[in-house]
Design a protein around this ligand. Structure first.
Ligand SMILES: [Zn+2]
Ligand SMILES: [Zn+2]
Length: 361
């Protein structure tokens, strides 16, 4: 079939929206009609030259929601008409990672194969994360399709596929914050606010939000921040945070992507059990510098990919949280555009104007 897709041809700062040929679903594939898709920094990084060795052309987009149109003969988990969130991290259900409760990183994620469902002339190409959600239709493996309840608004819950899962999951599935804990969140953008919501849901006693932009204060407090700290006003930030939390935070979350902030995030936690989760992506050529004794004193540093949320079995539960009114994804979404305006969406993201821009199809 033919469909319209946003194609990146190189790090040229923009994508081209054009009509492409889409292969029919293979035996284990699902054809999805996209209804909404969110634009993420990872998509933007393909247009700015931050990534090397990219297999262009590429259909961007790895966050979204849609409706199943057709399934291959071996597909058992979804059927035409189902509402779904396509996900960048698969869940095959059978590999050691899927059988473990410790990680969401299915073995298939590291060996995605070479599926090229999009075609233009004689050139076949991939979708980012084996998805390419900036297209009116996509064909993806069943292992990358999370079935969700039919009454959830697709143009809101689409943001759970990356930003929402990354933030909520970091608190709920990576750190596993306990009731009564103290939590410090560095960086109160879209991801940070979702970490705050996750910590609040977990029953954290004290949530401190750190951001050098005072305009974030109001949204932070709505999400659940009890104390807002502007780091520019404080000489010894880790010391101040240890004092605020009565000896050091039980958990801290780095949502900025900065060496210096990560160091502060570790130093502000309590010796003995303080746990820091790193979410912000540091530039690939940077290394992490920590004071060795900070870890020796019993602190922990954890990575978190997509919030450690198992995509097919646990992501639908996050949709339920939204439908029960326990999390407010609406505040994540700042702009709405059509596919033809996608380059404006990238500009809004690059300039810091937008938290989440959602494309409606
Ligand atoms: Zn993303
Ligand atoms: Zn697996």
């Amino acid at each position: 079939m033919r469909t319209r897709a946003a194609v990146a041809y190189g790090p040229e700062g923009r994508v081209v929206v054009e009509t492409v040929e889409l292969a029919p679903p293979g035996p284990r594939d699902v054809l999805i009609e996209m209804k909404a898709a969110g634009i993420c920094h990872s998509d933007l990084s393909f247009l700015t030259g931050e990534r090397t060795g990219v297999d262009y052309p590429l259909v961007l987009g790895h966050e979204g929601a849609g409706v199943v149109l057709a399934c291959g003969a071996e597909v058992t988990g979804v059927a035409p008409g189902d509402h779904v969130i396509p996900v960048g991290v698969p869940e095959c259900g059978g590999c050691p990672a899927c059988l473990s409760t410790r990680t969401n990183l299915c073995d298939e994620y590291f060996a995605p194969g070479d599926q090229r469902p999009f075609r233009l002339g004689d050139r076949a190409f991939k979708g980012f994360c084996e998805l390419g959600t900036f297209a009116e239709h996509i064909v993806v493996r069943e292992t990358r399709v999370a079935k969700i309840r039919p009454d959830a608004p697709l143009d809101v819950v689409c943001c759970l596929g990356c930003a929402g899962a990354t933030g909520l999951g970091a608190a709920l599935y990576t750190a596993r914050v306990e009731a009564g804990s103290s939590v410090v969140v560095f960086g109160l953008g879209g991801i940070g606010l979702n970490v705050v919501e996750g910590a609040r849901l977990a029953g954290a006693r004290l949530i401190v939000g750190v951001d050098s932009n005072p305009s974030k204060r109001e949204a932070a407090q709505r999400a659940g921040v009890h104390q807002f700290v502007d780091p520019r006003a404080i000489a010894d930030l880790p010391g101040h945070l240890r004092e605020l939390t009565g000896g050091g935070a039980d958990y801290s979350f780095e949502c900025v992507g900065s060496q210096r902030v990560l160091r502060d995030a570790v130093e502000c936690t309590r010796p003995g059990w303080g746990t820091t989760v790193t979410i912000g992506v540091l530039p690939g050529d940077q290394e992490i510098a920590l004071r060795p004794r900070a870890l020796l004193e019993g602190r922990r540093l954890m990575g978190s990919y997509l919030g450690n949320v198992k995509t097919r079995s646990q992501l639908p539960g996050l949709v339920d949280l939204y439908m029960e009114g326990r999390i407010s994804l609406d505040s994540l979404i700042s702009h709405r555009i059509g596919l033809d305006d996608i380059n404006r969406g990238f500009e809004l993201l690059a300039s810091g104007t937008a938290t989440r821009t959602v494309i409606g199809f």
